[in-house]
Every structure is written in structure tokens, then in C-alpha cells.
Design a binder for this molecule. Structure first.
Ligand code: F6P
Length: 342
């Protein structure tokens, strides 16, 4: 078979490890050939490809980003998008696609499968918010980056008796905030799943100062105050209809400073959370998902997404995996709340 591989949506550490595993096993065990499509769905849409063999995947296991490039192109928003993809696949003699992506990229994969394209999906996102898989690679790396930042901020916050608000990624799901906040011993953690009361947050911060210990507040970019609107950087939507977030941390620091009388500063971790080398956990997970994806393709088990369930790598229907986002259950949040303000 000749199989196209693409990576779509926000990049994350571990994408290259998947590509490497797919190609290494595909060539060595099954004798398949590969084509690398560039920049997500833009690649097959515009016929943009590059060679992808064993030589091209040497040395990429520890490299962050994606050698194939990525974009948020949505072929369903482009005239004749699906027909163009089908034509380009046929022109390049490509029998099937392995699409590595999050909810948007795999949403496209789901629809293309229904329209007769042979597709296997591999879940990725630092947000860990895809259904049907317990973990996505990239998440562990992002959490460790955020945790290390929190550790460092503790010592400087302490020296200056300041509140430090750390804004982490997480549009609709607060997994990064929850895990990094728990691991880093945050004073308060705020998630998109539950609107927060700024007065209560100020109370936690005051209490922490009473213990002579400077508070670190971890806030997910999608968290919102009780009666407020989500704080937006600009109102432009991408091809999948998402707004660009950012700004809640700054707003919150201003509020906390005004309410507590103690200086409050903001650190926005932003894309630092998505860059650089993957952790060992993410490298292993990405590799195992890649191996299962090429097995599924070899068997012609189309329309499946590979997933981690418990410690096993399994296959689930793409449609099931993209049905709904996996958000933080409130009982998980309650575990973190035990430590707030104390
Ligand atoms: O979905 C991954 C993610 O990093 C989100 O946490 C974040 O909201 C978004 O992508 C940012 O996307 P972009 O890099 O396109 O601004």
C-alpha cells in the first residue's frame, strides 16, 4: 500500500515519534510505502507532499513539532474540498491516510471516512480532551513544563510577597491546569469546567499570605468568572470556529491586586507548553499509537482511531472518539480543592 501521513491542528511534542513508528513498522514489517502530506489537511487538499521513508524519520524521535508541518485548514470549509482531496490522493497513488490530530483534524477524518476515504486516526493534543482515549501524547510534556514553571515561580513570588497568576493552555478542558496545579502545589486552580467567584479566589489568596507563603494561582485560558464573559484577545475565528483565547490571567491578576492590596503579576506560558522535546511517557505513548495505527491500516480496519485505554492501545470508531470532548469531572476538581487557600 501507499499510505499518506499528515499532522493537523496545534502541534504537540510526540508527533514525530508517531510518524517514525508508523514508517519504521510500515516499511520493515509490511513493505508499505509512505507519502508525507504537508501542513495538515492543506497537504492533500493542494497536493503538497514530501518523501517519507526510513531515512526521513531517522533521528526525529526526540524532536518536538512535526517534520510534516501543521495547519488548521478545514477542507469542508473550502469549495470542492473533498473532491480535491480525493483527486490528489488518486494522482499520487495514495490508498489510505493516517491522520494525526485533535478534535478538528479527526472530525474531518471522520467525515472523509464516511465519504469513502480510507482513514486511520491518531489522537494528539496537549489539552488531553479527546474522548475514547485516557491520555493523549503531548499532555504529559505540557504538564511537566507548566509544573516546572510553577516551581520556579514559587521561589520568586516568595521573595517579593506577590501573587503570581500562571495562565496555561486549555480552551474547553482544564486538564493541564488541574495536573500542573496539583503537581506544582498551586494555591488555587481555575478551570473552564467551572466558573469561578473572584471574591472567593481573593479570599484564598489572602489566606495564603496569612500563612506567610506567596500564592500561585493557576488559571486555564478558557476559565471564566461567574457572571463574566470569556476574556478574548480578538474575536476572529479560525477555520474550525474557535476564538483565540488569552487574557484571563491578566484580568485576574488586576482583580486580585485590587481586592487584596498585594501586588499580583501574570505569567502566560502559551506556546512554551507545546514546544521542545517530549517526555519519556509521551515518546512511548506516541510510539505505541503509531505502531497500532500502521497495524490497523495494514489490516484495512478503516474509520478507526487508535487510543490508550488503561495501559492498552486499542482501536475505537473515529465517530465515537470525536463525539464529545473529555472535560474534567467535578469530582476530580474536588480533589484539588482540598488544597485551595491553605
Ligand atoms: O488545542 C491545543 C491548543 O494548544 C490549545 O490549548 C490552545 O487553545 C490552542 O491550541 C492554541 O492554538 P494556536 O496555536 O493555533 O493559537
Amino acid at each position: 500500500m501507499r499510505i499518506g501521513v499528515l499532522t493537523g491542528g496545534g502541534d504537540c511534542p510526540g508527533l514525530n515519534a508517531v510518524i517514525r513508528a508508523v514508517v519504521r513498522k510500515g516499511v520493515a514489517s509490511y513493505g508499505h510505502e509512505f507519502v508525507g502530506f504537508r501542513d495538515g489537511w492543506k497537504g492533500p487538499l493542494e497536493g503538497l507532499s514530501r518523501p517519507l521513508g526510513i531515512a526521513e524519520v531517522r533521528g526525529i524521535l526526540p524532536r518536538g513539532g512535526t517534520i510534516l508541518g501543521s495547519s488548521r485548514t478545514n477542507p469542508f470549509k473550502i469549495e470542492n474540498g473533498v473532491e480535491r482531496i480525493k483527486e490528489n490522493l488518486a494522482a499520487q497513488g495514495v490508498d489510505a491516510l493516517i491522520a494525526i490530530g485533535g478534535e478538528d483534524t479527526l472530525g474531518v477524518a471522520t467525515k472523509l471516512h464516511e465519504l469513502g476515504v480510507n482513514v486511520i486516526g491518531v489522537p494528539k493534543t496537549i489539552d488531553n480532551d479527546l474522548g475514547a482515549t485516557d491520555y493523549t501524547f503531548g499532555f504529559d510534556t505540557a504538564v511537566n513544563i507548566a509544573m516546572e514553571a510553577i516551581d520556579r515561580l514559587h521561589t520568586t513570588a516568595e521573595s517579593h510577597h506577590r501573587t503570581l497568576v500562571v495562565e496555561v493552555m486549555g480552551r474547553h478542558a482544564g486538564w493541564i491546569a488541574l495536573h500542573a496545579g496539583l503537581a506544582g502545589g498551586a494555591n488555587v486552580i481555575l478551570l473552564p469546567e467551572r466558573n469561578f467567584d473572584v471574591e472567593q479566589v481573593a479570599g484564598y489568596v489572602e489566606k495564603r499570605f496569612q500563612h506567610q507563603y506567596a500564592p500561585i494561582v493557576v488559571v486555564a485560558e478558557g476559565a471564566q468568572p461567574l457572571e463574566g464573559q470569556m476574556v478574548l484577545q480578538n474575536q476572529e475565528l479560525d477555520a474550525f470556529g474557535h476564538v483565540r483565547l488569552g487574557g484571563i490571567g491578566q484580568w485576574l491578576a488586576e482583580q486580585l491586586e485590587a481586592k487584596t492590596g498585594k501586588e499580583a503579576r501574570t505569567v502566560v506560558l502559551g506556546h512554551i507548553q507545546r514546544g521542545g522535546t517530549p517526555t519519556a511517557f509521551d515518546r512511548v505513548l506516541a510510539t505505541r499509537l503509531g505502531l497500532q495505527a500502521i497495524d490497523a491500516a495494514h489490516e484495512g480496519d478503516w474509520g478507526k482511531m487508535v487510543a490508550m485505554q488503561s495501559t492498552d492501545i486499542v482501536r475505537v470508531p473515529l465517530a465515537e472518539a470525536t463525539r464529545e470532548l473529555k472535560t474534567v469531572p467535578l469530582e476530580r476538581y474536588a480533589e484539588a480543592e482540598v488544597f485551595f487557600g491553605s
